[in-house]
Design a protein around this ligand. Structure first.
Ligand code: PLP
Length: 413
């Protein structure tokens, strides 16, 4: 975890300024301990209930992180063939993988079946027909769940809410039952579960419990009709604290409440947490390049930008700004922290009351472990940052910074 010791910010006892100097900036730093602690919180909270925690790879798909989780016994929730490739490269067990996503291609389905992916979470009849066709051609039977849309409001940012009737995700829960029945006609499919995922950064999990209730009711109707449903998958979405005012529920409490609803059904339960496993396990380190005053504003220009961390620009997300050296004696000013990209939307923090950190000094952006590096781009031909893992009191680079040659790889003039 990240905290000040002797006025210097560290990660599990490793000084972050040393990492910034040696690895360069911008640079993501992750705590292996924080990631494993969160995973184990999920796993342990289920107790004796049959369960599988499938880490949502899209939150952070860096190989070293997938490998940590694979060794801890995690399953994986993927949304593309590329994510499956990563999970396999990291030593993940394909039988513990669920393939989610609203638009899988024939190539991706074939790749997943060839590697023995455990379950497809499907979101349309058209896709079921395609999975059946590909499985038939390969002489296999594919296990599937329908992702149902339970029409509950997850009360989060509109871009990351997914469970309302007019969202593109899932199949309306009222219609799903008929789809399961029609799917009995597909000879190479087996209906083994029902899944849902209603949104992300959910701070009040009552809507997830409400969705679980609707899903369980559907399962019992399907079982009465003779369908071999043996599990429910309740997705991810638990929120984290981006700032002190956010009060996310403890993982243990959330899972205990969820388990209490499911126990009686005898079903196996799956969850697909992403953000709540990696979000607070990472920071983005950046160096102050310049300070600049306009008549109405003061800017701190840093070497990280929206291409490295897009959440502030995309979702107006808040990330705490922590100087790597805590200097209570400094004057303070209200500033915008901005990057070098040529867009007015390129900011990391707006109107923040911060100590007057000077060019050459470093800051960390907190809670950057989820939807950080994975959304990084090369916009403005900026090489993507390095990534560092802190583990057992030492650190290592787990992805080197991109070079200029990386930027033009695969292109021809
Ligand atoms: C994004 C996503 C998740 C993970 O969501 P978090 O908010 O990061 O926990 C899980 N399941 C599905 C289907 C998703 O699309």
């Amino acid at each position: 975890m990240f905290r000040y010791q002797n006025n210097r910010l560290d990660c599990d006892g490793v000084d972050l300024e040393q990492i910034a100097r040696e690895a360069g900036t911008p640079c993501y730093v992750y705590s292996a301990r924080a990631i494993l602690d969160a995973y184990r919180d999920y796993d342990a909270a289920f107790g004796s209930l049959p369960h599988m925690v499938c880490y949502a790879v899209k939150a952070n798909s860096t190989l070293a992180i997938l490998s940590l989780l694979a060794r801890a016994g995690s399953g994986f929730d993927i949304v593309s063939g590329g994510e499956l490739h990563r999970v396999l490269a990291a030593g993940g067990d394909p039988s513990r993988v669920v393939f989610s996503g609203v638009g899988k291609t024939a190539t991706e389905i074939e790749f997943a079946l060839e590697k023995g992916v455990g379950n497809f979470n499907s979101e349309s009849e058209g896709e079921l027909a395609l999975i059946d066709e590909v499985a038939g051609r390969m002489g296999k039977v594919a296990h599937f769940s329908l992702r149902v849309n339970p029409d509950v409001d997850a009360v989060t940012h509109p871009y990351i809410s997914t469970g309302l009737r007019d969202h593109k995700f899932g199949i309306d829960i009222e219609v799903a039952e008929a789809v399961y029945h029609r799917a009995r006609g597909f000879k190479h499919l087996r209906a083994s579960g029902v899944s849902c995922h209603i949104g992300s950064q959910i701070l009040d999990y009552a809507p997830i419990l409400e969705a679980a209730g609707k899903v369980l009711a559907l399962v019992s109707r399907l079982q009465s009709a003779g369908l071999p449903i043996d599990h429910v998958d309740l997705g991810g979405g638990l929120g984290i604290a981006y700032q002190a005012a956010d009060q996310p529920p403890a993982i243990q409490k959330f899972i205990a409440d969820l388990s209490a609803r499911i126990e009686e059904s005898g079903l196996r339960v799956m969850v697909e947490p992403g953000r709540s496993i990696v979000g607070n396990a990472g920071v983005l380190l950046t160096r102050v390049l310049y300070r600049k005053k306009s008549p109405s504003k003061e800017f701190v220009i840093v070497d990280a930008a929206m291409n490295d961390l897009i959440r502030p620009s995309l979702y107006e997300a808040h990330h705490e700004i922590m100087p790597l050296r805590h200097a209570p004696e400094l004057n303070r000013s209200v500033v915008d922290v901005v990057g070098p990209v040529c867009e007015s939307g390129d900011f990391l923090a707006l109107d923040r009351d911060l100590p007057d950190i000077q060019p050459g000094e470093y800051i960390a952006l907190g809670s950057a472990g989820a939807y950080g590096f994975v959304m990084a781009s090369n916009y403005n031909s900026r090489p993507r940052p390095a990534e560092v893992l802190v583990e057992n009191g030492t650190w290592r680079i787990v992805r080197r910074r991109e070079t200029y040659d990386d930027l033009i790889r695969g292109e021809s003039a």
